[in-house]
Design a protein around this ligand. Sequence first.
Ligand code: HSE
Length: 423
Amino acid sequence: MSIQNQQTKIVIGLFGFGVVGEGLYQVLANTPTLQAQIKKVCIKHPDKKRNAPPGLFTTDASLLLDDPEINVIVELIDDADAAYGIVTSALRRRKAAVSANKKMIAAHLPELIELQAIHDTPFLYEAACCASIPVIRNLEEYYDNDLLHGISGIVNGSTNYILTRISEDEISPEEALLEAQLAGFAERDPSLDVHGHDAANKLSILLAHAYGILAQPDELIYTGIQNLHEKDALFAREKGYEIKLVATAQKLKNGRIAAFVLPHFVPRSGQLAGVRNEYNGIIIESSLADKQFFYGKGAGSFPTASAVLSDLSALRYNYRYEYKKLHYQPAGRPGHDFSLKVCISFKGLLQVPHERFDRILEWSSNAQRCHITGILSAAELVSGNWWKQPGISLIVYPDGLRENDRDTEIPVSSGFVEVLAEA
Ligand code: HSE
């Protein structure tokens, strides 16, 4: 069933009553003008104490999915497999669905698009990318595919929180992660945040709406902040940079899209450096509007609930994603015809296969850390795993993407290779 007009009341079956589910419940309970009501909440653990009338809760999913009065299923649970079952069951019953589960959406988007079409029923998920920032609907509606040069930004609040606390308050990564967990920003399995999986899931969703590319997250080049070393932050500061985990999708000269999530040096005076704590920020570049910057809270109960609320409100006027860009152009895969100017930081010169660089531009070493600045091809990043190994960190320089410009930078003298031979 789809919501037919603005007079139709939204009757919600909610799955999950965690940080975001409870946030949504509180907002709806305090905003009667929205004409949306949660009829039942399906939860896993009935004995847990919750701040809502006990009669609201059930452990029986069919009481929600088979209730004809419920016209929207909102799914806000952690378990991606269970979330997939809930959303697909809802669509098959022609109930509109709303989800914030980026892992599930990134893994199943082609099928979810097909189900929406077959059952003529919308599935919205603005909360799955950058929480309070309305980025999906803007990419879908506002930006014409031909004009969009690139998107790049901070899409994971927990890692940004950790990097901010390490850089500004010099607390340990472990302490900072614990704070992010206590604040409800982190995933239940925080390695999804720290190792970059969450950001890759979000980039995979953004690619569909920005460029009509349906790519599984494991097709993208990505890593997280797990290997960054405290000396990397010092190295960055000496050069006038901060380190941020940045997701990038950029149109190449041949029309293909470079897509990666990697730690980046960002200029301290730039917009992304000003994105602190759990905030997210995305720069969208297009040929006519030039650069636009979207900024807002990227994690947490109310910021995420605000995006869910916006989806509910959009359902009232029958909004659905049209996936316009999938129809504009043949579905492409992310392109690998580019290189990146990176800094590889590690301990001990022999850990790093220096011959894998296209060029080495600069290097330095001291008792604690070695830094090599050089050009690595995307093909090397895709085929080799050495740069993700514990003890090695990779950080991309500002404007570090290179296309066919092999002669514009001067390689380092042969001294580097001589030192390697001695090491
Ligand atoms: N764990 C996610 C983050 C939650 O930190 O960004 C919001 O998607």
